[in-house]
Ligand binder design. Structure first.
Ligand SMILES: Nc1ncnc2c1ncn2[C@@H]1O[C@H](COP(=O)(O)OP(=O)(O)OP(=O)(O)O)[C@@H](O)[C@H]1O
Ligand SMILES: CC(C)(CO)[C@@H](O)C(=O)[O-]
Ligand code: BAL
Length: 284
């Protein structure tokens, strides 16, 4: 039996949130569950920043395309609560789809044009509108002072920072570095879809990005050369990426030559049943 409080309704969350004294900071960690060490890094950081930490667990149907893995996405709330047990006191918000979308998919959609239609937005049309919309709902429902997101989902992080700035949410967005397996593979709930040999192959996604990072650290600033380095490593493993992009970390605009602002080299690739993403930040 977990000591973690798990709230499943908007009413229960409202009562909880109203009970938090106004001088206490509240941190939100939005997740889709199937928790792993990457999520726990977010929770750990949240615990150092705020006395009240809310972890939301909600597999959001609005961010899945019609042929994507919404149905088979791993769900195990009991296991997630036991993984969170060492972080007590902590509040989990795990609403049902009916609770979040009682009238069907939200009729109001939040979109961040230009940032939502590039990179992963090309292969997953509508995905980031679903993310932005549910994150805005979660912000209004939980009223946090800060929210933590993983750098692994770099495009999502950039979009949410933009959303918060543009819509004046009084919430500080904190990015947390990517947690990796010893092989370099970024931890991800979808790694559960991989066989052991596919997991070994997937580790080359990071090997490719790392090779580009080394090239960058040795002075290379041209996007085509940096992208080519990643391509070479992926080709050596017969990985055909959906995209490899070099973009400005904040605006996600493509960069030809890195000059003075941080860039992201990011990719997506399908390995077996899993569509995986990864990136590294290149700071000039
Ligand atoms: N390896 C990781 N390191 C740091 N943060 C992570 C990592 N994996 C996920 N996160 C962050 O955890 C939050 C919740 O992500 P989510 O529940 O979708 O997990 P996920 O492992 O990214 O799942 P998926 O396989 O669906 O991509 C997001 O902010 C995400 O960026
Ligand atoms: C931010 C998020 C919880 C919104 O559903 C999801 O996209 C995720 O887990 O990264
Ligand atoms: N972490 C991203 C959530 C998704 O792929 O739907």
């Amino acid at each position: 039996m977990s000591r973690i409080t798990c709230l499943e309704t908007l009413d229960a969350m409202k009562r909880f949130r109203d009970s938090v004294p106004s001088h206490q900071k509240v941190a939100l960690v939005p997740t889709m569950g199937a928790l792993h060490a990457g999520h726990l890094a977010l929770v750990e950081q949240a615990k150092t920043l705020a006395p009240v930490v809310i972890v939301s667990i909600f597999v959001n149907p609005m961010q899945f395309g019609p042929h994507e893995d919404f149905e088979k996405y791993p769900r195990n709330l009991e296991n997630d609560l036991s993984i969170l047990e060492p972080y007590h006191p902590l509040t989990v918000f795990a609403p049902s789809v009916m609770e979040m979308y009682p009238h069907g998919p939200s009729r109001t959609i939040i979109t961040v044009p230009s940032m939502t239609t590039v990179m992963c937005g090309l292969g997953r049309p509508g995905h980031f509108d679903g993310v932005a919309t549910v994150v805005a709902k979660l912000f209004n429902i939980t009223r946090p002072h800060m929210a933590l997101f993983g750098q692994k989902d770099a495009q999502q992080l950039a979009i949410i920072k933009q959303l918060v700035e543009d819509l004046n949410f009084p919430i500080k967005i904190i990015g947390v570095p990517t947690v990796r397996e010893t092989s370099g593979l970024a931890m991800s709930s979808r790694n559960q879809y991989l066989t052991p040999s596919q997991k070994e192959q997937a580790a080359f996604l990071y090997q490719g990005l790392y090779a580009a990072q080394v090239l960058f650290e040795n002075g290379e600033r041209r996007a085509n050369q940096l992208i080519h380095k990643v391509q070479q490593v992926l080709q050596s493993q017969n990985i055909d990426p959906e995209y490899i992009a070099l973009v400005d970390q904040r605006t996600l605009e493509p960069i030809e030559v890195i000059t003075d602002s941080p860039a992201l080299i990011a990719l997506a690739a399908r390995i077996g049943q899993a569509r995986l993403i990864d990136n590294v930040v290149l700071v000039p």
